[in-house]
Ligand binder design. Structure first.
Ligand code: GLN
Length: 191
């Protein structure tokens, strides 16, 4: 954790598509560690929670005793970026790290994937977003900023140091959100 050096970020690697996040983060110059047990969180500057299957991921978090350490990681001011099942893990009914309530598999009969150009206010214009049995944000508290919606349903939100999205930028090859996350991680670390 050298000031100004590459941030060291974790990718929760209990289940799901953590490897694609790892590749994207390493491509941006971050040092990446896969997180499977609480000790893996030590010394990390930020954490990505990938997509996958939220029930399986919940069981893994319980099995490894990771819920408390993940909440403490957040409470210590370290940024977290959750995508898809990772967004579900962050909500009120799971880790309670974000003041949101996720609705699983929420896009009607579109049980497979769909894609959409989303305007997230990023430099370079809208982002191609891949949704796979995606959740939406059904409810959110006043401290949550909604960054983008699909058909009026919020799919991207920020609350303090936490960013949560319903889709999979690690699959579309657009690294801008990961880049923005790493910048926030570096800024907070070097404060
Ligand atoms: N449908 C999955 C769930 O509810 C999430 C899908 C994903 O992460 N791509 O857990």
């Amino acid at each position: 954790m050298t000031a100004g050096g590459a941030p060291t970020v974790g990718v929760l690697a209990l289940q799901g598509d953590f490897a694609a996040h790892r590749t994207m983060l390493e491509g941006l110059g971050a040092i990446v560690r896969e997180v499977r047990v609480p000790a893996d969180l030590d010394g990390l500057d930020g954490l990505v929670m990938p997509g996958g299957e939220s029930t399986t991921m919940t069981l893994g978090i319980e099995r490894e005793g990771l819920a408390g350490p993940l909440r403490a990681f957040h409470a210590a001011g370290r940024p977290i970026f959750g995508t898809c099942a990772g967004l579900i893990m962050l909500d009120r009914e799971h880790l309670g790290i974000m003041d949101i309530l996720a609705a699983r598999n929420a896009f009607g009969r579109q049980v497979h994937s769909f894609e959409e150009d989303l305007d997230l206010g990023l430099e370079g214009g809208p982002m191609r977003a891949v949704f796979i049995r995606a959740p939406l944000i059904a409810e959110h508290g006043p401290g949550v900023e909604i960054l983008a919606s699909v058909d009026g349903h919020p799919v991207a939100a920020r609350e303090g140091t936490v960013l949560a999205i319903s889709f999979h930028p690690e699959l579309s090859g657009d690294a801008r959100l990961h880049g923005q996350f790493l910048e926030a991680v570096g800024r907070l670390r070097d404060g």
